[in-house]
Design a protein around this ligand. Structure first.
Ligand code: LLP
Length: 410
C-alpha cells in the first residue's frame, strides 16, 4: 500500500507530502487496508480450525487500530494491566484476551481476574502460586496456560530471542511437567492449555517447527498423566521483509507446519504482532539540516531515537526513502536525529539521492514497536498518528505539546 504515483510516494491514495503539510512532521502514518489485509491472511490461514488470532498489542496499542482489529474478530495478546485496559476500552471481548509476561504484579493479576480474561500465560512457579492465592481471595478460578520455554533458538537478534535455554521467559522445558502437576493441585487454578513464544522477527520456518514438536511432546505427557489441554498457543514471531533480500514465511506456511504436528481437534491461538502492523506503518520525517563531518554526509532530521528506538537498540534496518522521486545522484549518507547522543540515528551509510533542507523522508515499516516504544526523552512531546483509508486521512492520536510533558508532575 506504499506506492509511487508519478513522483510522489503515497500511503494508499494519499501523498505523503500532503500529510506532512497538513499534519506536520514527525508523524506516524498507517495504512488501514494493509492492516486489514495482514489480519485477513492470518484468518484465512486458520481457516475452519477452531482458534483465535490474538494481536500482540505491545507492537502498537493505538485505540483506533485496536478497535479496527477487534472488529475484524481479533483477540488480544497482552503483557500488562495497561494493555488489558486499552484492549477492553477498544472493545475486545475479555474472553479473547490472553495475558503473558514474566513480572505480573498482584494488582495486575487482580485486574485481569476482575476483567474475566480468557487466560493467563504463566511464566514461573511463584507466579502460579501468586495467581492461585489472589484467585482464592477473590473467590474465583483463574484459567491458565503454562508458558513453556522449549529451548529452541530462533537465531534472531539476541534481545528478542525468548525460547532459548537460559532466557528469563517461560517455565524451563525440563520443569514443565512438574509445573503442570503443581498447577493441577492448586484449588483456584483451571488449566486450559499450553503456550510458547520463541522470539520475534523470525524469517526461518524451522525453529517454529522444532518448537511445535517439542511442545507436542509436553502436551502428550501432560494429557497422559495430568489433564487435557484445550488450547495450544503458538505465540507470535513471524518476521517481515524490512530489507529487499529478505523473505518472510506467510501465515499459511507457519500454520501448516504447526497443524502438521498437532492433531485436529484443538483450539489454536496465534499471537502475531509485527506481521500484522509492521509493514502497515511508517514514520514521516523532515530534513532539518545537512552537514559534512569528517568523511561523512549527515542528514539531520526531526525524528530521533525517542520517536523510533529500533535502529539504536537493535541496529534494526528500516528503509529510508525521500517522498519525492528525484534523479539526483546518490551519495552515502547517515540519517540522524536531534537527540544528544551519538547512538541517535535512523539509518547509517545509506545510498540516498541528494536532498534539500526541508525535504521529507519516510522511514518505512515502522508500524510495529515504533510509536509503542517511543518516549519523551530530551523532553520531546510524543508524535501524532494518522490512519489512511483510500484517499481519506484520520488523526488517531494528536500531537502532544509542551504542557503534556508536565502533566503528572507535582
Ligand atoms: N507473544 C509474546 C508472548 C511476545 O512476547 C511477543 C513479542 C509477541 C507475541 C509478538 O511477537 P511478534 O509477532 O511481534 O514478533 N521490540 C522488539 C520486539 C520485541 C518482541 C517482544 N515480544 C523489536 O522492535 O524488534
Amino acid at each position: 500500500m506504499l506506492q509511487f504515483k508519478k513522483s510522489d510516494l503515497c500511503v494508499e491514495q494519499v501523498k505523503l507530502s500532503d500529510i506532512a503539510e497538513r499534519y506536520g512532521t514527525g508523524v506516524y502514518v498507517y495504512s488501514k487496508n494493509q492492516i486489514i489485509e495482514n489480519f485477513e491472511s492470518y484468518k484465512k490461514a486458520l481457516g475452519t480450525k477452531s482458534g483465535l488470532i490474538c494481536f500482540a498489542c505491545k507492537t502498537n496499542s493505538n485505540g483506533v487500530i485496536l478497535k479496527l482489529l477487534s472488529k475484524l474478530g481479533a483477540g488480544a495478546d497482552t503483557t500488562s494491566g495497561g494493555e488489558i485496559y486499552r484492549c477492553l476500552k477498544a472493545g475486545f471481548d475479555p474472553l479473547k484476551i490472553v495475558y503473558a509476561g514474566v513480572g505480573k504484579s498482584a494488582e495486575e493479576i487482580e485486574y485481569a481476574l476482575k476483567s474475566k480474561i480468557l487466560m493467563f500465560n504463566v511464566e514461573s512457579f511463584e507466579e502460579l502460586d501468586a495467581i492461585d492465592k489472589i484467585a482464592r481471595k477473590m473467590k474465583v478460578k483463574a484459567k491458565i496456560s503454562l508458558r513453556v520455554n522449549p529451548y529452541v533458538d530462533p537465531r534472531t537478534h539476541s534481545y528478542i530471542v525468548t525460547g532459548r535455554k537460559g532466557t528469563k521467559f517461560g517455565i524451563p522445558y525440563k520443569d514443565a511437567l512438574r509445573a503442570y502437576l503443581l498447577a493441577k493441585q492448586k484449588g483456584n487454578i483451571t488449566i486450559v492449555g499450553i503456550h510458547s513464544h520463541i522470539g520475534s522477527q523470525i524469517l526461518d520456518i524451522a525453529p517454529f517447527r522444532l518448537a511445535a514438536k517439542k511442545i507436542k511432546d509436553i502436551v502428550d505427557s501432560v494429557e497422559k498423566n495430568i489433564v487435557k489441554l484445550e488450547y495450544i498457543n503458538c505465540g507470535g514471531g513471524l518476521g517481515i521483509e524490512y530489507e529487499k533480500d529478505q523473505k518472510a514465511p506467510s501465515p499459511k506456511q507457519l500454520m501448516s507446519e504447526i497443524f502438521d504436528v498437532f492433531d485436529k481437534d484443538r483450539k489454536f491461538i496465534f499471537e502475531p504482532g509485527r506481521s500484522i502492523i509492521g509493514n502497515a506503518g511508517h514514520l514521516l520525517a523532515k530534513v532539518l539540516y545537512r552537514k559534512v563531518s569528517g568523511s561523512k554526509n549527515f542528514l539531520i532530521t526531526n525524528v530521533g531515537m525517542n520517536d523510533l528506538i529500533r535502529p539504536t537498540l537493535y541496529k534494526a534496518y528500516h528503509e529510508i526513502v525521500p517522498v519525492r522521486k528525484t534523479n539526483s545522484k546518490k551519495v552515502k549518507t547517515d540519517i540522524v536525529g536531534p537527540i544528544c547522543e551519538s547512538g541517535d540515528f535512523v539509518g547509517k551509510g545509506r545510498m540516498l539521492p541528494v536532498v534539500e533542507q526541508g525535504d521529507y523522508l519516510l522511514v518505512t515499516y515502522t508500524g510495529a514497536y515504533g510509536a509503542a516504544m517511543s518516549s519523551e526523552y530530551n523532553s520531546r512531546p510524543l508524535l501524532p498518528e494518522i490512519l489512511v483509508d483510500g484517499d481519506k486521512t484520520t488523526l488517531i492520536r494528536k500531537r502532544a505539546d509542551y504542557r503534556d510533558l508536565l502533566l503528572n508532575e507535582i
